[in-house]
Ligand binder design. Structure first.
Ligand SMILES: [Zn+2]
Length: 322
């Protein structure tokens, strides 16, 4: 055991969650958020929330948790500009206050936020957090399957966990997986490459139900990859058609120490989605499917050409109307 591993790790935790509908004419406000700072966040212990799940893992592993801030709001319209300015400032101030000497950061995010003047608020919070903790402190996030993971977000993080079943029931499980990912990085595992396959498609209606729909088949593939240890994390984000932001899409995310292999795995899973159908699957392919590999922020460069390529697909049939 190295000297570093014998020291009790200090992990900063923070949370910012909202799923907005751009088409709701009523903007949401700062007051829509339930905000807990510091120790108050620990009230989520034992709850079926991402933070609750992460806290259970950290407690079992003897981690010292540094709770910064939790902000959670129900689904609503676009967050107003003043509301976002206040929330952003409070979030960043809390992270700044707690960041000294931490060994890692876990951020519980939804991924489908949107604010007046900022359509990637989570990207902004992540960039600010990275700026505060520096390039050597691992940041792992969790995201809802309705979130829209942006390129900016992916370039900042070192790892992730995505919620799996729909309807969603596994909030704590998602936080547990994120916490385990973070502790694995902290114990010296190299920062993985993150492979992101953007699928220009939106799956709707019953096909979303993971026990029976086509989305569930793919999810099963992701879960198997994680369970067999072929990747560190895998999942599919189905986007949220009501969060009308530039990067809205379905996408598959894989984290792996072996980027080439992860590219191949990601591509084969995504192609299986494209082949799905015969009238069973409500999928609209509206453009090309892109396969991107992103190195972590600290490496500040794209992966080699063998892992960064564009797969052109003919626009696919629209099934059953979206
Ligand atoms: Zn959702």
């Amino acid at each position: 055991m190295t000297e570093r591993e014998t020291v009790v790790p200090r992990i900063l935790i923070a949370e910012c969650m909202q799923e907005i509908s751009s088409f709701n004419p009523l903007p949401s406000q700062y007051e829509n958020f339930r905000i807990e700072e510091g120790e108050a966040m620990l009230a989520q212990r034992g709850l079926n929330t991402a933070i609750g799940g992460a806290l259970a893992v950290f407690a079992a592993r003897g981690v010292e948790v540094v709770p910064a801030i939790s902000a959670r709001a129900g689904s609503a319209g676009l967050l107003s500009a003043p509301g976002w300015a206040r929330l952003r400032a409070q979030f960043i101030a809390a992270v700044e206050r707690c960041a000294e000497g931490v060994d890692g950061v876990y951020l519980s995010l939804h991924g489908a936020m949107g604010a007046d003047g900022n359509l990637d608020p989570e990207g902004t919070l992540l960039e600010a957090t990275r700026g505060i903790v520096g390039s050597r402190t691992p940041i792992v996030i969790s995201l809802d399957l309705h979130g829209i993971a942006s390129r900016r977000m992916m370039r900042v993080i070192d790892g992730f966990a995505l919620s799996w079943p729909y309807p969603p029931i596994d909030f704590a499980d998602t936080g547990e997986r994120a916490a385990r990912f973070l502790l694995r990085l902290r114990s010296g595992a190299p920062s993985p490459a993150i492979v992101r396959v953007v699928i220009s498609a939106l799956v709707r209606r019953d096909d979303l139900i993971t026990k029976t729909g086509c989305y569930g088949d793919l999810l099963l593939g992701c879960r198997r990859l994680e369970a067999e240890g072929k990747v560190l994390a895998a999942g599919i984000m189905i986007g949220n058609p009501f969060t009308d932001v530039p990067e809205l899409c379905s996408q598959e995310l894989l984290a792996s120490a072996a980027p080439d292999e992860a590219c191949t795995l990601a591509l084969s899973l995504s192609l299986s989605l494209s082949r799905h159908g015969s009238g069973r699957c409500a999928i609209a392919f509206t453009g090309s499917m892109r396969l991107l590999t992103m190195r972590s922020y600290r490496r500040r460069r794209w992966a080699g050409p063998s892992c960064s390529r564009t797969l052109r697909m003919r626009p696919h049939r629209v099934r059953r109307g979206i």
